[in-house]
Design a protein around this ligand. Structure first.
Ligand code: SAH
Ligand code: F3S
Length: 483
């Protein structure tokens, strides 16, 4: 079979840039907004909300052409150095647009904004607004402030920088969530309190704050009524969810999953991302009890060596991870497991690395992400001595990626002859008699069917493996609409 670039929908490598896609056509009288999104699904989610906010408050519509825009927003990522470098090179290009159009408004949000604050404007004085992941809901007011002081002399202008963490306020100000066909993303918490020694997230997005339970449930019920059938719960550490209930009690993540599964219309549940430490027995039982939960889990482990895990402050051993996965596979033998790995962490020896390679083979992972360690200013690991040459790290990364690639090929090949539950999403662009859907493990599945079935789930027997991410099949059973 041929190998294609394969990006499971559960996570996206933080090195990618995406442009939030416009939903309107171009018209010169309409004010236009261009958003460049760097990084994770949380950022993608936030970008959609920025577009909704400025659409509702000021009538902006999205454009996919920065040359055409009245506002340019960059939603940045600082998880690795490479991502951070992109910010200033991207801003340099935008500077030229501003030279041609002095009315152009430029805003920088996301994790680099959170980390750098007004340093952004020191390096790039043509940036008008700086906002963090927790203050993006204040964008409309920031824009008004910017417009109000446009005519003022430079020294009278207030710097528009707001990178504070105003607790959970952001959730109260946000419009409708992000919907993609029959799928929707629902943010259930913000931030992370795990403080892994290499990671900037707790500093850029703040400590964990959970959305109140009733807000989350009401949002999902509303989505289900509009035809959404698959929900992805989003957060940096979703199994740390502690949502307040109406009775002032605390709802845990497994409890939340059970409640979401009761909402009529929700036929499939995913989430990203969770931490092994809080991957509790109760959560494992949800996989036994709730058929809506997909047989696909992205559970970052970062390394297969106990020494490295300890230095990373992951607070668990390899055995803890292995035992949890064994328990999970007992209740869900067909579980597809993916993970994140950091290669070349300070102090990682050849032996440590060999342990990681072996661990990946032993645990039979599906597609995973791997990154060379990137030193992040302000994190504890940035002070650790690191004598491993860059070339050694690169060679290790190449080895790990080859093992990962082989295991995902193996996982796709193993689908042949199996029956997959598929959410039918659309008619194929190439053939009106062919439908396209996604399996639990995020592979695309195509089969002959009727367009009226779109939005329903079906059991499909896989008859041919086409590429790493595309398989063909035949309908065995069409489920009644879950609504
Ligand atoms: N809460 C998420 C983490 C988000 S960061 C989780 O636990 O999955 C996504 C991934 O980026 C991490 O899992 C890690 O593999 C990688 N990463 C984070 N900091 C990094 C760093 N300093 N260098 C290289 N990779 C890093
Ligand atoms: Fe980062 Fe560790 Fe949290 S990787 S997002 S500090 S779980």
């Amino acid at each position: 079979m041929t190998v294609q670039t394969f990006i499971p929908s559960a996570v996206k490598a933080a090195s990618e840039n995406t442009v939030t896609q416009p939903t309107h056509t171009s018209d010169v009288s309409i004010k236009k907004l261009y958003i460049e999104t760097q990084g994770c699904q949380m950022n993608e989610y936030d970008s959609h909300r920025m577009a909704d906010l400025l659409g509702d408050s000021h009538g902006y519509v999205l454009t996919d052409n920065p040359n055409d825009a009245d506002i340019l927003l960059m939603n940045t990522c600082s998880i690795r150095e490479k991502a951070q470098e992109k910010v200033f090179s991207g801003l340099g290009r935008w500077r030229k647009l501003k030279e041609q159009n002095p009315d152009l408004v430029i805003g920088v949000g996301g994790c680099v904004a959170s980390q750098e604050g007004d340093n952004i404007q020191k390096r790039a004085p043509y940036v008008d607004m700086v906002f963090g992941p927790q203050t993006l809901h204040r964008l409309p007011q920031m824009l008004d402030q910017h417009q109000a002081q446009i005519e003022k002399p430079k020294k009278e202008k207030i710097k528009l920088v707001d990178i504070s963490f105003p607790d959970i306020e952001k959730f109260d100000f946000l419009p409708e969530p992000r919907v993609e066909g029959f799928k929707a993303f629902v943010s259930i918490m913000e931030g992370c309190s795990k403080y892994c020694s290499f990671c900037v997230v707790p500093y850029t997005r703040g400590e964990e704050v959970s959305r109140p339970l009733d807000d989350v449930l009401a949002e999902i019920a509303g989505l289900a009524e509009k035809g959404v059938r698959e929900i992805s719960l989003l957060g940096q550490n979703v199994n740390g969810y502690r949502g307040e209930t109406f009775e002032d009690e605390i709802c845990t993540f497994p409890e939340l999953l059970r409640l979401v599964a009761e909402i009529p219309g929700i036929g499939r549940l995913r989430y990203t991302t969770s931490h092994p430490l809080e991957f509790s027995d109760d959560l494992i039982q949800c996989y036994r009890d709730l058929p809506q939960m997909v047989s696909h889990l992205h559970l970052p482990v970062q390394s297969g060596s106990n020494d490295v895990l300890q230095a990373m402050k992951r607070n668990h051993t390899i055995d803890v991870y292995i035992n949890k996965i064994a328990k999970l596979r007992k209740v869900r033998p067909d579980m597809h497991l993916s993970s994140d790995f950091i290669i070349g962490f300070p102090g990682e020896t050849d032996e440590h690395f060999a342990e990681t390679l072996q661990f990946i083979k032993d645990l039979d992972f599906d597609h995973s992400y791997s990154f060379v360690y990137s030193k992040r200013p302000g994190t504890p690991a940035s002070d650790l001595p690191d004598s491993t040459p860059d070339q050694v790290k690169k060679d290790r990364l190449a080895q790990v990626q080859e093992v990962i690639k082989q295991s995902s090929i193996h996982k796709t090949d193993a689908m042949l002859g199996k029956v997959e539950r598929v959410l039918i999403e659309k008619v194929s662009d190439k053939d009106p008699n062919v439908l396209v859907g996604t399996a639990d493990n995020t592979r695309l599945v195509t089969f002959i069917g009727d367009a009226t079935w779109i939005g329903r789930f079906a059991e499909i027997e896989i008859t041919e493996i086409k590429t790493l991410n595309l398989v063909y099949g035949e309908l065995l059973n069409l489920e009644p609409d879950v609504a």
